[in-house]
Write a protein that binds this ligand. Structure first.
Ligand SMILES: *Cc1c(COP(=O)(O)O)cnc(C)c1O
Length: 394
């Protein structure tokens, strides 16, 4: 079904998630678009190949499988188009490279995903792009950092690990007035909880590895663009041929169908856990934008339609051995990078090692949690035992 069809335009978001990018009657009635594997695409005649006539031209340019996810994501995001990348970080790099050239100046939030910074400070610098990091809370004052050569502003909300909220519409408005594009890493919210293009974002990045997958079993990135940013994004994608693997794209499509349900459950579980942690004496602060205690709560309420399952906490000061005792004995929380799957995770982090525009002073050790679908009481018992070990070791 073409859910962009004007007759279907009043379909709800949940209906779109089920139907977008899917036409069983093109697949002999089977519900899902199968995994098309392939490099070569044949042309019937000399005239067809001479004019590259045909719906598909080569494996790197797209298959029915990749097109299904691109189409669905474009609809969901209210975008002009979407490209898929082999990882979330690859999606970040594609978005940046689509709008920068030698001599350009780039503004990046100090709260950005750290590998994004590494790309800016390494690769982009080498190719003559200068990056300035800015305070994530800057809002419309970003206008003061614009130079004649500023062509793009990278945002991320909430901030990676530290969870600052950004005033995306204000930043996008200032960027537009200057003729610069606004890029947003929207992985935390997905287009379901933050419709990026409606809020002024030109290029929106999603690490599909996280909530689109929902299973910690694939690597995928997506970049959606509005009319303004789309032609250059598509051109950049074609020039790099940085394409995603067919199995991962298929699994991404499968994840898409249940993403709204999973996000609702992540939201409920994580909020309940955040409130429980906020009441613990060992916890100094809970960094979750849906809590009224969060400094960015008003922005979250204004611009977001919900919260996902990821948040951080700052502990009261404890010696490192006490932190280790807390983490080492956990039975249900896995300790590892990435998130967005069905299982709960925790990592220790320290933003002081890479921040340059702002100071990160949480006052104690900091942990980031992803809350999965386990029984909340079991997760809380696991953390409760951890706090007991922590007190003992301190
Ligand atoms: C995980 C993540 C990425 C990168 O995704 P990968 O698929 O792991 O490369 C990018 N941005 C944010 C905010 C992330 O959390």
């Amino acid at each position: 079904m073409d859910t962009n069809d004007p007759r279907k335009s009043r379909l709800g978001e949940k209906t779109r998630l089920v139907h977008a990018g899917r036409d069983p009657w093109e697949q002999h009635g089977f519900v899902n678009t199968p995994i098309y594997r392939g490099s070569t695409v044949l042309y019937r005649t000399y005239d067809d190949i001479k004019h590259r006539r045909g719906r598909y031209s080569y494996g790197t340019k797209g298959t029915p499988t990749t097109e299904a996810l691109e189409t669905a994501w474009t609809e969901l995001s209210g975008a002009a188009g979407t490209v898929l990348a082999p990882s979330g970080l690859a999606a970040v790099t594609l978005a940046l490279m689509s709008c920068l050239k030698a001599g350009d100046h780039l503004l990046v939030t100090d709260s950005a995903y750290n590998p994004t910074r590494v790309f800016c400070d390494g690769f982009l610098k080498r190719f003559g792009v200068e990056t300035t990091y800015y305070d994530p809370l800057i809002a419309g004052d970003i206008a003061g950092l614009m130079r004649p050569s500023t062509t793009a502003v990278l945002t991320e909300a909430p901030g990676s690990q530290s969870f600052e909220m950004q005033d995306i519409p204000a930043i996008a408005e200032a960027a537009r007035a200057h003729g610069a594009l606004t890029i947003m890493d929207n992985t935390w919210a997905t287009p379901l909880l933050f419709p990026p293009h409606e809020r002024g974002v030109d290029l929106a990045i999603e690490a599909g590895t996280k909530y689109l997958s929902g299973g910690s079993d694939l690597l995928l990135g997506l970049v959606s663009a509005n009319e303004l940013a789309w032609p250059a994004l598509r051109r950049t994608f074609d020039q790099f041929a940085m394409c995603a693997g067919p199995e991962d794209v298929f699994l991404g499509l499968r994840g898409l169908r249940t993403m709204a349900l999973r996000l609702k459950e992540h939201e409920a579980q994580a909020l309940a856990m955040a409130r429980w942690l906020e009441a613990r004496p060992e916890v100094a602060r809970v960094l979750h934008p849906a809590l009224p205690s969060h400094p960015g709560h008003a922005l979250w309420k204004r611009d977001f339609k919900g919260a996902s399952g990821l948040f951080s906490i700052a502990l009261q000061p404890v010696p490192e051995r006490a932190l280790a005792a807390f983490l080492d004995g956990l039975q249900l929380f896995g300790m590892g990078y990435s998130w967005g799957g069905f299982e709960s995770l925790v990592i220790p982090f320290d933003c002081t090692t890479y921040r340059t525009a702002t100071r990160w002073e949480p006052g104690g050790p900091t942990l980031r949690f992803h809350i999965g679908f386990e029984d909340l009481s079991d997760l809380q018992a696991d953390l409760d035992a951890g706090f007991a070990r922590m007190r003992e070791a301190a």
